[in-house]
Design a protein around this ligand. Structure first.
Ligand code: TXE
Length: 494
C-alpha cells in the first residue's frame, strides 16, 4: 500500500504509515478492490496521519463502473418519479440519522472545523437529496401549438451514465449536489470524490445499500484525477459530465469531452470581489465579509477574497478585518470552538504562503497573519493584506486559502472596473444602503451570482454557476434537471 500524493506531508517522516480504513470502490452495489491492487494514502490534514487507504483506480475500474451504470440505466430511467423520489428521501434521512458521524469524517478528512461541517456541509448534503427528490414531482413539460396544424410537446429524457467529478473543499456537499439531480432525473452515475477527501463518499456508499438503492445506479470510484478522473471524462459511454474543481483541470475535462460532444457543466475557480460602499451597514458588512474571506480556511470557490472598501470607510474596514482575523480561533478541527482548521495539504500550504511572499514582493503590507502556525498539521494564519494594486497577481489569481486583500476605491465606476478585472466571474457581494446603486452594480458585475448585503445565502432553486473562466453552464433547481436530461420535441400533425 501507499504511493503518496500531494496531500502527504513531506515534512512528517515520523508519521506511522498505516491505514486505519481500507476503502474500496463501490461498483454495482458492492465494495470492490481496484483492479491494479494499488492504494493511496488519505491524510488527516490536522494531524498529518494516514487515516485511510483508498483505491488508486484506473481506466479498468472506471470501465467496470460505467458498465454497471449502463446496465442499471434502463430500469432506473423507467422507475416512476415517485419511487425515485422516495429513494432519494430515504438517502437524505439516512444522512440525517448519521449526521454527527459524517460531520466528524468530513472534518478529519478535510481539516475543516467540525462546527462548519455541522452547519454547512452535512445539512446541505441532506438538503440536496431532499430538494431534488421533491423537485422531480413538480416538473412540467412544454407544449407549442403551431396554429391549428400541429402540436409540439417536449420530452425531457435522462441521458444515460453521468460522470460526476467533485473536489475536496466541500466533499459530500458537492458530490451530493451532483449525484442527487443526476439520478433524480433518471440517469445512473459514476461519481469520483477527490482523492484528498474520500471518507464521506465511502460512508454514503454504505448508506446507499441501507437505503435499498438498486445496484449500479450510483457507482463511486476513488482515485487520482489524471487516471480515474480523466478516464471518466474521456469515457465513450458517459454522455454527460458535471465537474467542480480548479480552472486548469476544468480545461482538461472540457478538452477530453469535446471530441465526444458530451454535455458538460463546469464549476471552476473564483476570485470574488466584496464591495463595501461608504453608506453600507458596517456592523453587518464587516463580520459577514470576514466570514466570506475565511470560512473553510478560504477554501470555498465562493469566498470573497478581494475586498474593495470605499475610501471614507477604508480604515474602518481594515481595522475590522485586523481585529476580526486576529480573534478567529485556530485549532483542532474536531474542537467545537475552532473557527479556522487546517488547509487540505502540505502542497496547498506552500501555494498559499507562496502568494503571501508574492504579495510582499508586489509591495503589499501583511497587516496580520502570513505564517504557518507552529504546530503539527497544515495550519495557516488568517491573513489580511493591504497596499496592492488591483492588477497585481495576488489580486488576479485564485489563492484558495485564508488570505484576503483590502483595496480602497473612489467611486462606482472604478470599483466595477476592479471587480471585473480578473479572468474569473463566479460570485460577488455588494454592500450598500442605496437600492438603486445596488441594482446598477449587480447588473454591471461579470459574475454568476451577486449577493446584495449578504454572502452565501443559497436558495437551491436559483441558477448557479460562473461567468468567464469560472465555469460553463448553470446548475441548481430546474437548471440541474434540464442539464441532466435531453429535450426531445415531438411534433404531432393535427
Ligand atoms: O483541484 P482539481 P485541486 C482550485 C483551487 C485549488 C486548485 C487546484 O485554486 O488550489 O483548484 O485544486 C479531479 N481529469 N479549486 O488540484 O485538480 C480530481 O481528482 C478529470 C477550486 O485539488 O481541480 C478531483 O476529484 N478529473 C474548486 C477534482 O478533479 C481530474 C475546488 C478536482 O481537482 C483531473 C477545488 C483530470 N485531468 C479546487 N485532474 C472550486 N471551484 O470549488 C484532477 N481531477
Amino acid at each position: 500500500m501507499g504511493t503518496s500524493r500531494s496531500k502527504t506531508a513531506a515534512d512528517a517522516p515520523e508519521m506511522p504509515r498505516f491505514a486505519r480504513h481500507k476503502l474500496q470502490n463501490f461498483i454495482n452495489g458492492e465494495f470492490v478492490a481496484p483492479k491494479s491492487g494499488r492504494y493511496l494514502d488519505d491524510i488527516n490534514p490536522a494531524t498529518e496521519e494516514v487515516i485511510a487507504a483508498i483505491p488508486d483506480s484506473d481506466a479498468g475500474d472506471v470501465d467496470a463502473a460505467v458498465a454497471a451504470a449502463r446496465a442499471a440505466f434502463r430500469s432506473w430511467s423507467l422507475t416512476p418519479a415517485d419511487n425515485r423520489s422516495r429513494l432519494l428521501l430515504k438517502i437524505a434521512d439516512l444522512i440525517e440519522k448519521n449526521f454527527e458521524e459524517l460531520a466528524r469524517l468530513e472534518s478529519a478528512d478535510n481539516g475543516k472545523p467540525i462546527s462548519l461541517a455541522r452547519r454547512l456541509d452535512i445539512p446541505r448534503a441532506i438538503a440536496n437529496f431532499r430538494f431534488f427528490a421533491t423537485a422531480i414531482l413538480h416538473q412540467a413539460s412544454e407544449a407549442h401549438l403551431t396554429d391549428s396544424t400541429a402540436l409540439n410537446y417536449t420530452l425531457r429524457q435522462p441521458l444515460g451514465v453521468a460522470g460526476l467529478i467533485a473536489p475536496w473543499n466541500l466533499p459530500l456537499y458537492l458530490l451530493s449536489w451532483k449525484i442527487a439531480p443526476a439520478i433524480a432525473a433518471g440517469n445512473t452515475c459514476v461519481a469520483k470524490p477527490s482523492e484528498m477527501t474520500p471518507m464521506t463518499a465511502n460512508r454514503l456508499a454504505e448508506l446507499l445499500i441501507e437505503a435499498g438503492m438498486p445496484q449500479g445506479v450510483i457507482n463511486i470510484v476513488h482515485g487520482l484525477g489524471p487516471t480515474a478522473g480523466a478516464a471518466i471524462a474521456a469515457h465513450r459511454d458517459v454522455p454527460v459530465l458535471s465537474f467542480t474543481g480548479g480552472t486548469a483541470t476544468g480545461a482538461k475535462v472540457a478538452a477530453a469531452a469535446a471530441p465526444l460532444f458530451k454535455k458538460v457543466s463546469l464549476e471552476l475557480g473564483g476570485k470574488n470581489p466584496t464591495i463595501i460602499f461608504a453608506d453600507a451597514d458596517l456592523e453587518e458588512a464587516i463580520p459577514t465579509s470576514l466570514r466570506a474571506a475565511f470560512w473553510n480556511q478560504g477554501e470555498i470557490c465562493l469566498c470573497g477574497s478581494r475586498v474593495f472598501a470605499q475610501r471614507p470607510v477604508f480604515d474602518k474596514v481594515v481595522e475590522g478585518f485586523f481585529h476580526g482575523a486576529k480573534s478567529l480561533r485556530i485549532g483542532d478541527p474536531l474542537d467545537d470552538g475552532t473557527q479556522i482548521g487546517a488547509l487540505i495539504s502540505a502542497a496547498h500550504v506552500d501555494k498559499v504562503l507562496g502568494y503571501v511572499e508574492l504579495a510582499r514582493k508586489e509591495g503589499g503590507k501583511i497587516f496580520t497573519g502570513g505564517h504557518r502556525v507552529e504546530r503539527r498539521g497544515y495550519f495557516v494564519e488568517p491573513t489580511v493584506i493591504t497596499g496592492l494594486q488591483s492588477d497585481c497577481r495576488v489580486l488576479q489569481e485564485e489563492i484558495f486559502g485564508p488570505v484576503v486583500t483590502i483595496t480602497p476605491f473612489d467611486d462606482e465606476a472604478e470599483v466595477i472596473a476592479f471587480a471585473n478585472s480578473t479572468r474569473y466571474g463566479l460570485s460577488s457581494s455588494v454592500w450598500t444602503r442605496d437600492l438603486q446603486r445596488a441594482h446598477r452594480v449587480a447588473a454591471a458585475i461579470e459574475s454568476g451570482t451577486v449577493w446584495i448585503n449578504c454572502w452565501l445565502l443559497r436558495d437551491l432553486r436559483v441558477p448557479f454557476g460562473g461567468a468567464k473562466e469560472s465555469g460553463v453552464g448553470r446548475e441548481g433547481g430546474f437548471d440541474s434537471l434540464e442539464f441532466f436530461t435531453e429535450a426531445k420535441n415531438v411534433c404531432v400533425k393535427l
